[in-house]
Design a protein around this ligand. Structure first.
Ligand code: ADP
Ligand code: MG
Ligand code: ZN
Length: 474
């Protein structure tokens, strides 16, 4: 029996306005090579200057994962040649990173948690992009010099499920901190997966294989599955030593296999040395204090929702798992909506209607509007069923809740006089059923309620209808 051992390196692109060592904008969806200057083009003589906002954001992250923050950290030069890196080296932090020895709790569905240790988080500069068009390759350096935070876990994960939970938690933390937009498709949250196997019970680490840049949770799961299978097969066939060695591999989604990309360089191959063009990075008291004052994080928010709103642990996790959802929910509460109905109307009804790549942020129904709708359900102005029609209408048309309720004539009738009249009509029309009910066939109550609701086109308050029928038939 084997145990799987996984450690992750995640490159998070920090959402600073300007690049790490120059004042070029970080928005790289502009004309190719337009957001560049002598520094990020690595022209001779241009010198880097540290963007302090990067240090601030890295410190916030360190605070969030309960890490040691090195008030003085240093930059190092990692040499390698690649066309999208004109300097032929990358500035990173090898020896003294800004953040070390943190931890992150992952949550399981049964409410238990597991701690994943984070070895370090260091600042480094991103490279540009190579664009391959037919026979020619072009280089776009708009991204060169963009700040990254590389977050390196200890090899503490044991299966794909733990990996995905770790990544989702990490993703949610950087979003809550607002230090990155963490968009996986656009490459601002890039994951390298290190995988090895070992016989169960063995404490030592075996050879790891690194799988680079997989851009969705689903592909990460698949990549781990096929790589583990490859390693186990090699072991069982007695060719583990020959076939499994430290290297970087790529995941091929179509063929569902990992393929060798390059042999893994040892640190010595990179000729690391302290970056001579930069001063040490010092976090002064002012920066430290302001960066330590971080927003409420997902775990804390979840606990607060449980205690403040009596939410189930499951619902609280759903609502706090992503920042947009938590913000949306809190705006509904501010609007005066009940927590219980807000959870359902947000996580089930609205979410179910967000199609065609609509998100909570681009939803045609905003939080204040959905909050008002829930308020009208809370105070029984409309039934839940009618509210679905209102929501359907608002997804398609620009209007407000009360106008739509009027327009569609959905106001719930709770006025007993009106309900009594409808009940009388139904009872008169069904004398045989009334007799049967009185003779003991009490389940006919549902039939009568149904008929009255139908007659009212769903606008009668079902609870009131129930009571009136019961008293009339008693
Ligand atoms: P490099 O930059 O060479 O990839 P790092 O030390 O930055 O090296 O990252 C190593 C990553 O690999 C860490 O996430 C670590 O937890 C993980 N790792 C190390 N050894 C193993 C192993 N035997 N099996 C799985 N993961 C491992
Ligand atoms: Mg690596
Ligand atoms: Zn620049």
């Amino acid at each position: 029996m084997f145990e799987v051992v996984i450690g992750l390196e995640v490159h998070v692109q920090l959402n600073t306005k300007t690049k790490l060592f120059c004042s070029c904008p970080t928005s790289f969806n502009h004309t190719q090579n337009s957001n560049t200057c002598p520094t990020c083009l690595a022209l001779p003589g241009a010198l880097p200057v540290l963007n302090r906002e990067v240090l601030h954001k890295a410190t916030m992250f360190g605070t969030a994962i309960d890490a040691t923050i090195n008030r003085t950290s240093f930059f190092d030069r990692k040499s390698y040649f690649y066309p999208d890196s004109p300097s032929a080296y990358q500035i990173t932090q090898l020896y003294t990173p800004v953040v070390e020895h943190g931890k992150l709790e992952i949550d399981f569905d049964d409410g238990t948690q597991k701690t994943i240790r984070i070895n370090r988080a260091h600042i480094e500069a991103d490279a540009g992009k190579n664009i391959h068009e037919g026979d020619i390759s072009k280089v776009d350096l708009n991204r060169a010099g963009t700040p990254l935070l590389e977050i390196v876990s200890e090899p503490d994960m044991r299966n794909e499920d733990e990996v995905v939970r770790y990544l989702k938690k990490l993703h949610s933390i950087v979003r809550y901190l607002d230090i990155s937009d963490a968009n996986m498709q656009e490459g601002s949250f890039r994951v390298d997966v290190n995988v090895s196997i070992r016989p169960k019970g063995d404490e030592k680490l075996y050879t790891r294989v690194e799988i680079k840049n997989i851009n969705s949770f689903r592909f990460i799961q698949q990549a781990i599955e096929v790589e583990v299978e490859r390693q186990i097969d090699a072991w069982e066939d007695g060719v583990y030593e020959q076939e499994i060695f430290q290297e970087t591999r790529l995941f091929d989604q179509l063929k569902q296999e990992t393929r060798s990309m390059r042999g893994k360089e040892e640190a010595a191959d990179y000729r690391y040395f302290p970056e001579p063009d930069l001063l040490k990075a010092v976090i002064d008291d002012e920066m430290f204090d302001s960066a330590s004052d971080i927003p409420e994080l997902p775990d804390a928010k979840r606990e607060r929702f449980i205690s403040e709103y009596g939410m189930s642990a499951y619902n609280a996790s759903v609502i706090t798992a992503n920042l947009e959802m938590a913000k949306y929910f809190e705006k509904m509460i501010d609007e005066g909506a009940s927590a219980k109905n807000s959870v359902t109307w947000l996580s089930v009804e609205l979410q179910g209607r967000l199609k065609n790549s609509l998100t909570l942020e681009t939803s045609p129904v905003d939080a204040a509007t959905l909050g008002t709708l829930v308020k009208r359900i809370d105070d029984k102005t409309i039934s839940g069923k009618a509210a679905k029609d209102v929501l359907d209408y608002l997804m398609q048309n620009d209007s407000d809740v009360d106008s739509v309720i009027d327009k569609l004539g959905l106001k719930q009738v709770s006025d007993t006089g009106a309900i009594e009249k409808m009940v009388d009509e139904i009872l008169d029309a069904n004398p045989d059923k009334v007799q049967q009910y009185r003779a003991g066939k009490e389940k006919l109550l549902g039939f009568f309620v149904g008929q009255v609701m139908k007659a009212s086109k769903g606008s009668a308050n079902p609870q009131a209808v129930n009571e009136v029928i019961k008293s009339k038939l008693a």
